[in-house]
Design a protein around this ligand. Structure first.
Ligand SMILES: O=C(O)CCC(=O)C(=O)O
Ligand SMILES: [Fe+2]
Length: 269
């Protein structure tokens, strides 16, 4: 498993709000993580999240964008070792320039012929406001322009706030909210299985439809800067967790948000 990135990766990430990091996992690691994700998904049936909620997959437009299963790390030691381990944690912290805790993992798997993923931001969904949150998106299959690769708007993370749109049937709803983004040329990021991209939680991103008869599977994880505070949004928190929180409380529940990476020696921004 790759454990470091170059200063060019770091500069690109900070400039553009995303970066492709190739060859994160070797063939054996892709097989191991894919098998763990598959068994986690299998065990959940149509439940979308491990622990607390009764969110179920239905047949809405959104449910045909991707099969979404959240917090697999809580049920699976292999998923936990990859997504919360020192390797990815260290790379993510180097890129973000801050210490990081896990917010949630999720596998996002476009079925054959799945809908596109509309342009959106991530951080505004979450229970904290930060300009430094970061996600990893790991390809478990080769990802192409045909099967739904990710697209990013370079520099958009500096041009938006914490308002968002749903991932609905209109690809361009985000541009009504942030017209300042509408002339930015998107960058498509096809990648081989085992490669990954990181994006800032405020970077506008989308994915195409799956125009193939095969699955496009990704494993992703969102990381929250250490010291982030509760903003009143429930997101994945359970009613019991929300009841224990007041707006402004630091989110430091070690069972929910363990520390995964320390940005030692890296200039913060
Ligand atoms: O995999 C996709 O289609 C979308 C991924 C995404 O929005 C994310 O990882 O934040
Ligand atoms: Fe997203």
């Amino acid at each position: 498993m790759r454990t470091t990135v170059t200063s060019t990766h770091i500069d690109d990430y900070r400039q553009n709000g995303f970066v492709l990091v190739e060859n994160l996992l070797d063939a054996g690691e892709i097989a191991e993580l894919s098998a763990a994700v598959a068994s986690g998904v299998e065990a959940m049936g149509n439940r979308k999240i491990v622990g607390g909620h009764d969110w179920k997959e239905g047949d809405s437009f959104y449910d045909n964008v991707f099969v979404q299963r959240i917090n697999l790390w809580k049920n699976d030691a292999v998923v936990k070792r990859y997504m919360l381990g020192a390797e990815i944690g260290g790379i993510a912290s180097s890129l973000a320039g801050v210490d990081l805790r896990v917010w949630h993992d999720q596998t996002l798997q476009k079925k054959p012929w799945a809908n596109p993923t509309a342009w959106h931001l991530d951080t505004p969904y979450w229970s904290f406001d930060s300009r430094d949150a970061i996600s990893i998106w790991i390809a478990l299959d080769d990802v192409t322009l045909q099967n739904g690769c990710m697209y990013y708007l370079p520099g958009s993370h500096r041009l938006v706030g914490f308002d968002n749109v749903d991932i609905g049937p209109n690809m361009g709803d985000l541009f009504r909210l942030y017209p300042q983004l509408k002339d930015i040329e998107p960058i498509a990021i096809p990648m081989r299985a085992g490669s990954c991209a990181f994006h800032n939680g405020l970077t506008a991103h989308a994915a195409g439809p799956n125009m193939t008869p095969r699955w496009r599977r990704a494993m992703t994880c969102a990381y929250m800067p250490d010291g982030s505070t509760f903003n009143g949004k429930g997101n994945i928190l359970t009613a019991e967790q929300i009841a224990r929180l007041t707006i402004g409380d630091v989110l430091v529940d070690e069972a929910q948000n363990p520390l995964v990476g320390v940005a030692a020696g890296v200039g913060s921004h």
